[in-house]
Design a binder for this molecule. Structure first.
Ligand SMILES: [Zn+2]
Ligand SMILES: [Zn+2]
Length: 540
């Protein structure tokens, strides 16, 4: 691959798993090498408006956008588009949990979601409502995209020529798809799904004859597929102009064919569908897009927390507990590896992001910054440096130790500990955003589960000794404090480290915590003496 012939010049090979979009971009560049210079490269992803957008949706939109971005850095002259294709002709398969008027919706199972009334009663259809939500949902991540609705493509006739082609080649398509289906579904499978003119069902109709020369199919409306009940209508009908859609696997092929899609990523559960869709596309005369199957998220570990907040971590939560760039960074990393995603891991994700920001700011030149994963993540107003050495975990612990939600008060502590946090505008902007997130996280998750710790008499003595040391050595360094704690540990336990759980319980009401020397400096010895005093005074 002659990357050096592309405008923008040669790039060195990407070094880490975060830089996969650059590898993918090289493949895209090779694919489109012979295209007319004005022909855009098409990146695509799908959105099913049969439910609310969620983290998976974000993932599907952001990941191809990274490849597109990397490609734009590589081939600066070539136009590109990112199409979010809306499957609003799909029949409603089940009523989502989190919508009103669920009883009414049950009666519309099997009808295309763009034909069903909006249960929220504010938009033209069920699909319109979900599409409206998608716009607001994607806004915070600043991903440049265009929406294309299946219903409009069908209705306007933009799919008509390809539909005729599918009708003409229906035997070959059926021969490919039928063997992959369960025995009982094979006989009835058709690449064409007509909309019943009498009842509006799309999942209940069964095609009985094809007439490619007139673009017509004969069908009956009777099958009881996925909750849909047919009305018994029989007859023939044109497949053009929105009167029919194609079945799922042919659907993907149709869209790739008509939109000339060059790149699409898909979840690992769709490997077989993607392969089959590629075969159908070849029958139509198209070339399957590039892309690869990505791994899914695991959220089992998050169950403890998810009870109160829904399943796993949702996008709204990221915005409450972490800067949105952290989510973008998370979704950029290792799409080929299954990732666990749960709220308790958020502080660590934030700290890894802060490390990346520090590395980005320290990069010697534009080329090095272009090679940073953050080049694909940063937004117009994202802080591009964070010169403080404070970690998000430390801030979370400070919020816990101060037990205050007064932002000015907490900020004064942070500034006293590390003046760098207010030394430049961007570091300060990031620092204040992190402080807000830490407060939200603390109020929502830490405070409600905080254990009030009552020390034993032996433990009281250890706490008293530490309080006395801090009271008498207000200027002790983090290292001196750390050394004192180890001395106390040696004095009272067989292994000095055994004193730490006691101190975390007494200071933070939790079992684990930060490096105590630095933390005590941050919270100040005076505040720690107060906290120790309060613990010592507690009686069973
Ligand atoms: Zn609505
Ligand atoms: Zn019907």
């Amino acid at each position: 691959m002659a990357a050096g012939t592309q405008s923008g010049g040669a790039r060195s090979a990407p070094a880490s798993a975060e830089l996969w979009p650059h590898e993918e971009a090289l493949k895209v560049a090779e694919r489109v090498r012979r295209y007319e210079p004005s022909r855009p490269v098409i990146f695509e992803c799908g959105f099913g408006p049969s439910g609310l957008p969620h983290l998976g949706t974000m993932c599907e939109v952001l990941r191809p956008s990274y490849v597109r971005h990397a490609f734009q850095m590589l081939a600066t002259q070539r136009p590109t588009r990112l199409i979010v294709f809306i499957d609003d002709m799909d029949g409603l398969r089940k009523v989502p949990e989190n919508v009103p008027r669920r009883d009414e919706l049950v009666r519309h199972l099997g009808e295309p979601v763009s034909f069903i009334a909006d249960p929220f009663e504010c938009c033209k259809s069920f699909a319109d409502h979900m599409i409206g939500l998608l716009g607001g949902f994607l806004e915070p991540v600043e991903v440049d995209h265009e929406l294309i609705r299946a219903s409009e493509m069908y209705r306007s006739g933009q799919f008509d020529e390809a539909l005729k082609l599918i009708l003409a080649r229906h035997k070959e398509i059926i021969a490919i798809v039928a063997p992959t289906l369960r025995e009982e579904n094979r006989a009835g499978w058709s690449p064409i799904m007509p909309v019943c003119p009498q009842c509006g069902q799309i999942n209940a109709t069964a095609v009985t004859a094809y007439h490619p020369e007139r673009a017509v199919v004969e069908f009956s409306c009777e099958r009881g597929a996925v909750g849909a009940q047919g009305c018994g209508w029989r007859g023939e009908q044109s497949v053009l102009g929105g009167k029919a859609k194609v079945g799922w696997k042919a659907d993907w092929a149709l869209r790739w064919f008509v939109l000339k899609v060059d790149y699409e990523l898909y979840g690992k559960d769709l490997i077989d569908s993607a392969r089959l869709s590629g075969q159908i596309l070849r029958i139509l005369g198209g070339e399957p897009p590039l892309g690869f199957p990505f791994e899914m998220f695991l959220d089992e570990i998050g169950h403890k927390i998810s009870k109160s907040v829904g399943n796993g971590v949702e996008v709204e939560q990221w915005q409450r507990y972490a800067p949105i760039e952290v989510l973008k960074f998370f979704l950029l990393r290792n799409p080929r590896r299954a990732r666990r995603l749960y709220l308790e891991a958020l502080p660590q994700q934030v700290d890894e992001y802060l490390d990346a920001v520090r590395a980005y700011a320290a990069a010697p030149n534009d080329e090095a910054r272009g090679n940073s994963p953050l080049a694909l993540v940063l937004q117009r107003k994202s802080p591009r440096r964070f010169d403080s050495q404070l970690s998000f975990s430390m801030m979370m612990n400070l919020v816990a130790a101060l037990g205050s939600s007064d932002r000015n008060f907490i900020w004064s502590y942070l500034q006293r500990y590390d003046a760098a946090i207010a030394a430049d505008r961007e570091t300060e902007a990031m620092g204040r955003a992190l402080m807000d997130c830490a407060l939200n996280f603390y109020q929502d998750f830490v405070e409600p589960t905080k254990q009030v710790f009552v020390p034993s008499e032996a433990e009281r003595e250890q706490l008293r000794k530490l309080a006395a040391f801090l009271a008498g050595n207000a200027d002790a360094s983090a290292e001196e404090i750390e050394r004192k704690i180890y001395d106390l540990g040696r004095e009272h336990y067989d292994k000095p480290g055994k004193i730490f759980p006691l101190l975390y319980r007494a200071l933070l009401g939790q079992e684990r915590g930060p490096r105590l020397g630095a933390f005590i400096r941050l919270a100040t010895p005076a505040r720690i003496v107060e906290l120790l005093g309060a613990a010592i005074a507690r009686t069973p």
